[in-house]
Design a binder for this molecule. Sequence first.
Ligand code: ADP
Ligand code: ZN
Length: 432
Amino acid sequence: MIWNPSVECMDRESMRKLQSERLRKVVERVYNNCEPYRKRMEEAGVTPEDINSIDDIVKLPFTSKKDLRDYYPFGLLSAPKEEIIRIHASSGTTGKPIVVGYTKNDIANWNEAGARCLSAFGLGKQDVIQVAYGYGLFTGGLGAHGACETIGAITIPISAGNTEKQMLMMHDLQATALACTPSYALYLAESLEKSGLKDKMNLKVGIFGAEPWTEQMRKEIETKLGIKAYDIYGLTEISGPGVGHECECQCGTHICEDLFFPEIIDPETGERLPDGSVGELVFTTLTKEGMPLIRFRTRDLTRLIYDKCECGRTSVRMEKIMGRSDDMLIIRGVNVFPSQVEAVLCEVEEFEPHFFITVDRVNNTDTFDIKVEVKEQYYTDEISGMVKLQKKLAARLQSVIGLQPNIILAEPRSMERSQGKAKRALDKRKLQ
Ligand code: ADP
Ligand code: ZN
């Protein structure tokens, strides 16, 4: 079912018209209500009067993740605080999260986008959807939740973790769809297999996103769970899950482009690239009120496809995200930046900030190793002392990153020093 055919199947000219109208409004909004945006536009020599059509968007300056950190927490709001009804946050690089504020209309539009996703996956009132994304500041749980309620499905707000309970609810309530990260879906599939419950389930559809996953992974999950596994894409800054979604053709992610306008730029030069090129994905929110963002650089790498899809939707599609233009690692669904590790190492007395991260996937679970160098005065041959050090650092990193790494201690001055830009990580999953 197509949830909103009037926009999802709109001809391209009408879509451009709608986007142009909405762009004009949102630019006026940020210019008049958000000091940093007004300043940025003045520096670039553009005023709202210069923005007449969607093609004029290239005149506008970019917004980056750094801007969200610099103006943390409310500096980029374009609505009075009284109109904000919800906050979400993403992990951010320096421990300081990125905070986003939503008005009532923002939540309604986000739910609309989510509803389009779920109906493209063939879901509706008749379904029972288990939401196993984390609830809280992370947009996954509440984002999927809003989408489920909007389409009128029975929503199971179980949140992430507790696999035994997940299996029990899935079975007893005969859930027809599961929303979680693809890696957790695989873990659940294996747990179901082990428990002997697999054949007693009623699952048909997976709503999987929040981390990159390959076609191979899709096949594996589909086979193991006996379902259709669909990709859902989103990011906190732009709203959350539902910015884009696959359809029954599973041939690219349709973007809700009447709400979120996508562009592809060269990550080095910032120049807009011709249709079909691979580059960094940039979004402008076309209807947001609380914290609209203009030309937000996602750092996600992909390509846009403008051909009409066989499903009947005319909305632009993007290919599966190929990776990030920066060095962020997504480990077991959690964003990890080498700079977070560096910051912790600088704080913990016993270590030098020389380290190397290795991420791999063994038995379908991400491994996360960090090799670190111990300061000379703390290095001993005594095992118990070294184990204590390992534990101390692992606990500190866990509190900052939210994930426990395996610490490998290196002797003083044994690690390579870099002459130029340091290579901090090796992601072996990408080599597979
Ligand atoms: P956090 O930064 O706390 O993880 P976000 O949910 O905002 O919070 O992370 C958004 C990022 O997650 C996106 O920019 C993208 O890199 C990644 N992501 C989300 N959904 C997908 C998906 N379906 N495929 C690949 N990557 C995804
Ligand atoms: Zn389609």
